[in-house]
Design a protein around this ligand. Structure first.
Ligand code: NAD
Ligand code: GDD
Length: 345
């Protein structure tokens, strides 16, 4: 078994937590999990991992985190759904420090492979004006006009990865995630994305008997959503591939936001009415993943159906809502006991 350290940056978050779980499940022994949040706010904590609280915007923290690491997965960023990224552009862009310092520390530490979690938000705005979308292929990121703030940071950091690879010989891999959803992630508080937000609103409607739910935008905007298990599988495949350029990691099952609401209402077996709020953050009108490149290079693409993934997601969000509103005992403690670790900074 691999005895070198694997660093997961952003391990207290949604995708990072699932990645740590997967690495441990597959038998990796030296997994270092780092996040800036206090550990009682991590979505998942595993006693088998080395769990560290540190601010990876600091170069010194990145150096400590990368010490002895063979692989680095950068899933740390100050981010969220449209409600957060449209109103917190400076905070989103400050994540450039995390990736830049992790790259620098990885180079110094002689890390073998470096993974950066990029986003579909790097794609040029003029390719996403119609709800009836042409799926985005990797070359659509240029000429560049990404999502303001968050998307520019991702595009810049993608290029930093490229230049560290070309100039310093650090092996870097970059995946452009398309809206990822599943249990053990943000479902309230303002950073949640549409799948979790809609699940929460439907759960509230079901358990309060108040059928009207608020939907941002006119509901005709389209997206594709990738289930977390596909995301984690794709990260491993891309990390260990020979794919040097940024590649889409997303589902190509397109749905309108109204369609997502209807799907979740059906799963929850509840009837709702939609109140569309046109003044709320809407983002692009339509976005889908063109999976030609990932199919060509890996012979694989995310395949979990939205219905199946949303069924598990709704069930989890509903349980969180019931626990939080005092209608049920906490069904799945967000954290399990962990061994205390010194802070890196
Ligand atoms: P998340 O917010 O759940 O997790 C990110 C984690 O990074 C958080 O726990 C946060 O505390 C941590 N973090 C932030 N600043 C830090 C710092 N200075 N030092 C250490 N840790 C810090 O988000 P996620 O959904 O798990 O996303 C993971 C990565 O994937 C991010 O880079 C995100 O931009 C990218 N991404 C996610 C999606 C999605 O739909 N979830 C889509 C595209 C890209
Ligand atoms: N968040 C949220 N909450 N969105 C809602 C809601 C709600 O209650 N109701 C409707 N929506 C609509 C939004 O207006 C938007 O049009 C659509 O649902 C999707 O919103 P999000 O899930 O928040 O984000 P996104 O798909 O526009 O962008 C996300 O995915 C990118 C990758 O594909 C963001 O999470 C980005 O950070 C991420 O990089």
């Amino acid at each position: 078994m691999n005895n070198s350290t694997i660093l997961v940056a952003g391990a207290g978050g949604f995708i990072g937590g699932h990645l740590v779980a997967d690495l441990l499940r597959r038998g990796y022994e030296n997994v270092r999990a780092v996040d800036v949040k206090p550990m009682d706010r991590w979505y998942q904590v595993f006693p088998e991992a080395e769990n560290v609280v540190a601010d990876l915007k600091e170069l010194s923290a990145c150096r400590a985190a990368c010490e002895g690491a063979s692989e680095v997965y950068n899933l740390a960023a100050d981010m969220g759904g449209m409600g957060f990224i449209e109103n917190n552009k400076a905070l989103c862009m400050l994540s450039v420090l995390i990736n830049t310092h992790l790259l620098e520390a990885s180079r110094e530490a002689g890390v073998d492979r470096f993974f950066f979690a990029s986003s579909a938000c790097v794609y040029a705005a003029d390719k996403q004006v119609n709800a009836d979308v042409i799926p985005l292929k990797e070359s659509d990121a240029y000429p560049a006009m990404p999502e303001d703030g968050y998307g520019w940071e991702k595009l810049f950091s993608e290029r930093m990865c490229r230049h560290f690879r070309e100039d310093f010989g650090l092996t870097t891999r970059v995946a452009r995630f398309h809206n990822v959803y599943g249990p053990e992630g943000t479902w309230d508080g303002g950073r949640e994305k549409a799948p979790a937000a809609v699940s929460r609103k439907i759960a509230v409607a079901k358990h309060t008997g108040e059928p009207e739910i608020e939907v941002w935008g006119d509901g005709t905007q389209t997206r594709s959503f990738m289930y977390i298990d596909d995301c984690v599988a794709g990260i491993d495949k891309i990390m260990h591939s020979d794919i040097e350029e940024p590649i889409n990691l997303g589902s190509d099952e397109l749905i309108t936001i109204d369609g997502l609401v209807d799907l979740v209402a059906d799963l929850a077996d509840v009837e709702v009415t939609k109140k569309h709020l046109l003044d709320k953050p809407r983002g692009v009108n339509g976005r889908n993943s063109d999976n030609t490149m990932i199919l060509d290079r890996l012979g694989w693409e995310p395949m979990t159906s939205l219905r199946s993934g949303m069924s598990k997601t709704y069930e989890w969000v509903e349980a969180q809502y019931l626990a939080q509103s005092g209608q049920a005992a906490d069904p799945t403690p967000a954290t399990v006991p962990f061994k205390a670790q010194p802070e890196l900074v």
